[in-house]
Design a protein around this ligand. Sequence first.
Ligand code: FE2
Length: 377
Amino acid sequence: METTAIPKIHDTAQDFMPINGTDYIELYVGNSKQAAHFYKTAFGFQSYAYAGLETGLTDRESYVVVQDKIRLVLTSPLRSGTDIGRHIDQHGDGIKVVALWVDDAVYAYNTAISRGAKSYMEPETLEDESGKVVRSGIYTYGETVHIFMERKDYHGTFMPGFKKWETPDYNPEPTGLKYVDHMVGNVGWNKMDYWVEFYEKVMGFVNILSFDDKDISTEYTALMSKVMSNGNGRIKFPINEPAEGKKKSQVEEYLDFYEGEGVQHIAVATDDIITTVRQLRSRGVEFLRVPDNYYDAVTDRVGKIDEDIAPLKELGILVDRDDEGYLLQIFTRPVEPRPTMFFEIIQRKGAQSFGKGNFKALFEAIEREQEIRGTLH
Ligand code: FE2
């Protein structure tokens, strides 16, 4: 049995960039109204907030949907010639903003900038009758940005400029998704260590795990990955780069189709992955499949687990173990036309790692899809 120990996160008293958690994730999409409907219907998010023509905006429209601690903002342009429209033209639907919840957005911005970050948004205060938020932003890989959100003095819906979005006639049941467990970035050739150093230097993150191309390879393709974590461990950003293989890896395919670096997947946590995945499948979410023989050896590999193997096999849920426990995980197919961003559903039962024991089976499953797309060559 292969095990992976995770070093303890560094002393939070030494953490110069305290982050409370993921605040929201904003996607630039072709049709925000329909995307919001998809995330409600298929993933079980609830209507939460809206900004657009009805709130005085003339260039864009945003819908915010929520499930437990996860907030997605879906934004589309209302006319041609906007930066949002240009972003969608280049990248397709994709993640623009990974917002981080902080106590002091001015301090976070000044600290990040003084440590070498590139500015995206200088600190600004937004106010309405429910209080104020302060936000600021920096660039990370590609055109992706981090916005620092300070909302301790705000008691309204999402943030000033948004109104409550209520859909009393249609609120599908949640599917048990709880919070963002980790979020993975794909960066270019030989750029992984550059972005590892960026998160270390600018935001005080630490590299808690590394996987080289021998850890993550199949007969045909390979990639490398380093996992960055903030001080309290609530933010985990694995960063992938392509590695040389006989054929084009999934990271190269992503970089080709996204036309640049960007967010590859968002892993969302559940307390009951069997129920969650059964729900998601019944609502049309498509998942990657590993061959049935994956399950022949699973008990030998991970030992005894609480779940029966039969429903895991039926649903295609993967299992891995490390020194601290085990985890269950499954990956959706891309959720937009281009083979770019997808979701992972994860349930941790002690394990704090990322499913190294599943990499090979998983990447072979991705290669089978690449083969069908004609991008494995
Ligand atoms: Fe993941």
